[in-house]
Ligand binder design. Sequence first.
Ligand SMILES: [Zn+2]
Length: 81
Amino acid sequence: MSQISLFTIIISALIAFFIVKSRGKSKWGVHLKGVRCPKCNEKQPFIRVPKNEREALWGGYTCNNCNTEMDKYGQLLDDKP
Ligand SMILES: [Zn+2]
């Protein structure tokens, strides 16, 4: 029984390690530096009110200046997948 729980702990640690390692620049990452609009270079406010579901879920901004949508890294978002 104790061997099984040790195995479980090791597996959980490995999974946690891979999640942290693969996080990087993904949807789950946190971007704390200022983001600028990819089109007009307008600085986006750090504290923001989500304007749609995607922003609420994943972060991201809608430029107040030109209405361009971008993700939280300041990458231009295309509505088409
Ligand atoms: Zn803009």
